[in-house]
Design a protein. Structure first.
Length: 92
């Protein structure tokens, strides 16, 4: 979130919730809709769809190290039959 603040150029009010009640633990982040100056906080859709995910991946890689090729292949294989928007769809 610190990197996101730098990207959008304003301090952010946010809250995150971790979910561990599914087969894939994940987090949801909610960001306040106003900038530090009180004006509406407007973020480019492309940043929200791609840039934010890329920043998160960068932080995780710096913290945990790069993903193994085997882990990437297994994750892609699991996504093939899923009835939801996946990283495979994003790549297409």
């Amino acid at each position: 979130m610190k990197q996101m603040e730098q990207d959008v150029g304003t301090p952010l009010d946010w809250v995150a919730v971790d979910h561990h009640n599914t087969g894939h633990p994940h987090s949801h982040v909610i960001v306040r809709g106003r900038g530090a100056d009180g004006a509406d906080l407007v973020m480019a859709p492309d940043y929200l769809m791609k840039g934010l995910r890329g920043r998160a991946q960068q932080v995780v890689t710096e913290t945990l190290g790069p993903r193994r090729d085997m882990d990437i292949a297994n994750a892609a294989r699991r996504e093939v039959g899923q009835d939801r928007f996946t990283s495979l769809d994003r790549e297409l």
